[in-house]
Design a protein around this ligand. Structure first.
Ligand code: FA5
Length: 349
């Protein structure tokens, strides 16, 4: 009789546990089947009044059922929380874009342009070189064949760095990237083709197209006498600018003067804003001024320790900042270094 009742309690307990869904039902179930005053507990408490044979039968059975119900309860307790979850509401869309918690910075438009230029030149087999921004007068001027006290030095509107101790060479915030030509030549033997991205500084009255601090790119290619010519330069320049602007760009050369090149040129590219038809930016000429260039002066090779006449090469330098103005159609160069985040954030990618 008691044995059947215990087995009945076990069956009922298991069945009702499967339907429990709220915390209150759950508590009630525990009181009813495992509580101090539960029927099962009452039976176990009454063991002492049973005959020895019944004790031997009912005792172990009652305890086993109690343990099994307690174990089933523990498992149900773990899963009851899950049973109550609204899975639809809790669904996580792992493909949804995240919320930016920490504001993230981004590259400056001039840096973006620098990276683009480097990518193109690297694809053309050029190496990238670097030089110091505080440059000795030797590399910035003397080695490049600027005669001492010659008005040519005024072309660069130089700042000078105040030096506590008198030293052999004064230092200047470099006025152009051309000094790295000599530094590179001292450490390498031709043939080579190199670009030098860099920040330069000039004591300049600023306006919409002139900054005191701006970025240049130097590009030079040197090999044995006769291997690199003006035609090589024109081809490299046209290939580069066509890749940069994603359209066919022509280059034209005009005679000019730089102490470190002979012959020297100013070079223009066909206006990419109006398709060389004439517009306010190109002053209706169809051409845009881009930079200076020429065949490297043999004096420069001598400054680097090369023998005169052994090598030949071209060099050119252009303003990255001005290229950024053209690429992004910015009307005033001063916006780029203004630190105005409203302007800069437009270039977030
Ligand atoms: C030079 O700096 C020469 N070192 C270039 C060169 C290299 C010639 C190799 C021959 C061989 P220039 O002073 O013209 O040249 O400057 C070159 C370019 O820098 C200019 O064409 C222009 O694009 C840019 N630039 C010059 N001054 C400024 C300025 N104040 N603000 C912004 N860009 C400028």
């Amino acid at each position: 009789m008691l044995q059947e009742r215990i087995e009945q309690i076990m069956k009922e307990g298991r069945e009702s546990l499967a339907t429990v869904s709220t915390a209150a039902d759950f508590e009630a179930w525990e009181t009813r089947y495992l509580g101090r005053k539960s029927e099962l507990n009452e039976i176990l408490k009454g063991l002492k009044d049973l005959s020895p044979e019944e004790k031997r039968l009912i005792g172990p059975l009652g305890n086993r059922v109690k343990q099994e119900l307690a174990a089933a309860f523990a498992v149900a307790k773990e899963t009851i929380f899950e049973r109550n979850i609204d899975w639809e509401a809790e669904r996580i869309d792992v493909t949804a874009p995240g919320h930016p918690i920490v504001p993230c910075g981004h590259l400056h438009p001039v840096t973006l342009i620098e990276h683009r230029i480097q990518d193109i030149f690297l694809s053309m087999g050029f190496s990238i070189a670097d030089g110091p921004e505080a440059e000795s007068e030797w590399y910035n001027f003397d080695a490049l064949n600027f005669p001492k006290d010659h008005p040519a030095r005024d072309m660069q509107d130089t700042f000078f760095i105040r030096q506590e101790k008198k030293s052999q060479h004064r230092f200047v915030p470099r006025t152009h990237t051309s000094g790295v030509q000599v530094r590179y030549m001292e450490a390498h033997k031709p043939p080579f083709r190199v670009i030098v991205p860099g920040r330069v500084f000039r004591n300049e009255a600023t306006d919409a197209s002139h900054e005191h601090t701006f970025h240049q790119f130097e590009c030079f290619m040197v090999a044995e006498e006769g291997m690199v010519t003006v035609a090589t330069f024109k081809h490299v320049a046209e290939t580069f600018f066509s890749a940069f602007f994603n359209e066919k760009v022509s280059v034209r050369l005009r005679p000019s003067f730089f102490p470190f090149t002979e012959p020297s040129f100013e070079f223009d590219i066909s206006c990419v804003l109006c398709g060389a038809q004439g517009c306010p930016t190109c002053k209706q000429t169809g051409w845009l001024e881009i930079g200076g260039a020429g065949m490297i002066n043999q004096h420069v090779f001598e400054s680097a320790g090369y023998r005169r006449g052994q090598y030949q090469g071209f060099a050119w330098g252009f303003g990255v900042t001005r290229l950024a103005l053209m690429k992004y159609r910015i009307s005033d160069i001063r916006l780029l270094m203004s630190g105005d985040l409203r302007f800069i954030r437009q270039f977030q990618q």
